[in-house]
Design a protein around this ligand. Structure first.
Ligand code: DON
Length: 311
């Protein structure tokens, strides 16, 4: 028998279904090939039970939803003080692909590309001549960590990776600008390669909900019972996602939805109700900030109807 929750979630999806505004990302050519009608919603609650609706099993690339996870990895590897010395925690108020550095020439936060490329560099050996084997090894760790957060084995989309690597002039400009400040310890190309690979990991809304529930639970995945990161790291992720996760749409998002969240140009949004649940939504048409139009609408409805706003 369908539960009340399932009935409600499919009602929300129907409500937002007719919105066909926005555009699929096409600056990474392979992303333009996705079905713009794809539409999924998943909620993972504190005991790991997942409510799945629509295209909840359709895989899409994680893109910028990867950024909090790599941030968690560098916090775990280097500690908060060392990370803070390199990457700020201030909202930039600018687009995700602006250079956005502060007066100490640190990327303003880890949710924009500048901060995320820097974060990827901190997973590599601190040397200028990082070889391909070292990037491979770092990416294996990334996949293992992300898989631990999702609660299942994840893989990379080779086509999206190749497409982004071939067309990433903007990100190359960002990485080389950071390098020109003398900030990167590794080569900019190695950092970019790792960043493109992390963005090309394939996930479903069930995975995003599982990752969200792991953050909500202070680093313990409720499906596997495995602790992937610490409570302090979870608190840091929730803070930065609240202030910076939706880029220059963050203020509007926090005001109307009131949940820590992260979006990606693949069309995914991950939102978290701390201590309670993870939400994953997928719909590839994006607004002017690079956030999924229907994804934002679905979260707005969920927050209003269920009183999820944190404040
Ligand atoms: O760096 C890029 O342009 C993409 N790999 C990720 C950007 C992204 O997802 C921005 N989020 N909405």
């Amino acid at each position: 028998m369908r539960s009340l929750v399932d009935g409600y979630l499919s009602h929300i999806m129907d409500e937002c279904h007719s919105d066909r505004s926005g555009h699929v990302a096409d600056y990474i050519p392979e992303l333009a090939a996705v079905d713009p009608e794809g539409y999924g919603l998943s909620l993972c609650v504190h005991d790991g039970h997942t409510y799945s609706h629509g295209d909840s099993a359709t895989a899409f690339t994680i893109q910028s939803v990867s950024k909090p996870l790599t941030y968690a990895m560098i916090l775990k590897k280097h500690g908060a003080a060392a990370v803070d010395a390199k990457i700020g925690v201030e909202p930039s108020g600018e687009a995700f692909n602006e250079i956005s550095v502060d007066d100490r020439r640190r990327p303003k936060n880890p949710m924009i590309n500048a901060g995320a490329i820097f974060a990827a560099s901190m997973l590599l050996p601190p040397t200028r001549d990082v070889d391909a084997a070292a990037v491979d090894a770092a990416f294996r760790e990334v996949l293992e960590f992300y898989s631990g957060c999702a609660g299942r084995h994840l893989v990379m989309d080779e086509e999206v990776y190749a497409s982004e690597a071939a067309t990433g002039s903007r990100n190359r400009a960002i990485a080389y600008m950071l390098d020109s400040f003398g900030a990167l310890e590794t080569s900019p190309d190695a950092a970019l390669d790792l960043y493109y690979r992390q963005c090309s990991i394939r996930v479903t809304t069930d995975d995003l909900a599982g990752i969200g529930a792991t953050i909500a639970n202070g680093g313990m995945n409720p499906r596997t019972g495995r602790t992937v990161f610490s409570n302090e790291t979870a608190q840091r992720l929730l803070s930065v996602m609240t202030t910076c996760g939706m880029y220059d749409g963050a203020g509007d998002w926090v005001t109307s939805v009131g949940l820590p969240a992260k979006s990606g140009v693949g069309g995914g949004i991950l939102a978290v109700l701390p201590g309670q649940l993870g939400i994953g939504v997928y719909s590839p048409r994006l607004d002017e900030h690079g956030n999924s139009v229907r994804g934002v609408e679905v979260c707005r409805h969920l927050s209003t109807d269920l009183g999820l706003h944190m404040f």
